[in-house]
Design a protein around this ligand. Structure first.
Ligand SMILES: [Ca+2]
Length: 299
């Protein structure tokens, strides 16, 4: 609940303050009071103007929207309910969701061939994944348990726990970053998984809810928004969305009647600068360019 702020009164003379005993005010005292009164009104006007300017600045200047450029298309398993996506050295690492349909996979980019897979127990609904060194981290939706795997062997090394729901997961070189469907991203210490800070994400001054799969690249966070065909680019320092990327043109016709087959999954290839994106149960995966063109295309 938002606390209601009480306005602090300006330090002018109180109406109930005792009057001078002489009955007739000295002229200088009257001028002082009048002057202080005008000064109070002026101060209120200045404060009001500052607040209005701040509100206007927060509400205005929505971030630019860019149409995303498609560089290539690749096959994607339409049975994969994609919740986490990463890329390294020609291979995609994908975590999927669904009870009895959650797994972690290593997939050859060019062919879509699965080269390694570990299935989650059917009690768990898999969520976001991220790679840190030789390890892969995977969240679960509501079980508050995450799994750590050896990246080479896919052997489960250990588990970790966290509060709340797990949706998307990324690593910025210092902290894990976790989304949970709200507008708040939580940052966790890598060794202890203790919460280090929270970041509220806003776009044009408004809170942006339903943040889903994440990717950290080049000092920014990229996020899917659940049930949306857009990806946002977020400043991890301020939480402000600095750009929107329109991907409506890549949604496959095959999933148009499936409401849950939404755009989800972002992976960055630092060697080429391209990103890979796909969706839940999509038959295709795309290499795209998130570079911002010189000419802004408004939706
Ligand atoms: Ca990702």
């Amino acid at each position: 609940m938002q606390k209601q702020r009480r306005k602090k009164p300006f330090p002018v003379h109180s109406a109930t303050a005792p009057e001078p005993s002489a009955g007739v005010q000295a002229p200088t005292a009257a001028i002082d009071r009048k002057w202080l009164g005008w000064r109070g009104v002026g101060a209120v006007a200045v404060v009001a103007a500052i607040i209005l300017a701040w509100v206007f600045a927060m509400r205005s200047n929505p971030p630019p929207v860019y149409r995303c450029e498609v560089l290539a298309e690749y096959p994607h398993d339409a049975n994969a309910f994609t919740q986490g996506l990463e890329y390294q050295d020609g291979f995609l690492y994908e975590g999927t969701g669904g009870y009895g349909a959650s797994w972690l996979r290593k997939v050859e980019l060019a062919t879509g061939k699965v080269v390694q897979q570990v299935d989650l127990d059917e009690r768990f609904f898999g969520e976001g994944i991220t790679i840190v060194g030789d390890e892969i981290y995977q969240l679960t939706w509501r079980s508050r348990i995450g799994f750590v795997y050896d990246k080479t062997t896919f052997r489960k090394l250990r588990e970790f726990s966290y509060s709340g729901e797990g949706w998307g997961l990324a690593f910025d070189g210092r902290h894990f970053i976790l989304s949970d469907g709200s507008e708040v991203l939580r940052f966790f210490e890598p060794r202890t998984f203790r919460e280090a800070r929270r970041l509220q994400v806003t776009s044009g001054g408004r809170r942006l809810h339903q943040l889903n799969e994440l990717e950290y690249a080049n000092g920014h966070l990229y996020a899917n928004i659940w049930h949306s065909d857009y990806i946002v680019k977020i400043s991890p320092r301020t939480g402000k969305v600095v750009a929107w990327f329109d991907l409506r043109h890549i949604v496959p016709a095959e999933v148009s009647d499936n409401r849950e087959a939404v755009l989800n999954g972002i992976a960055h290839d630092p060697q080429t600068g391209r990103f890979f994106v796909t969706g839940k149960n999509w038959p295709r995966l795309f290499a795209v360019n998130f570079a911002e063109p010189a000419r802004n295309e408004k939706p």
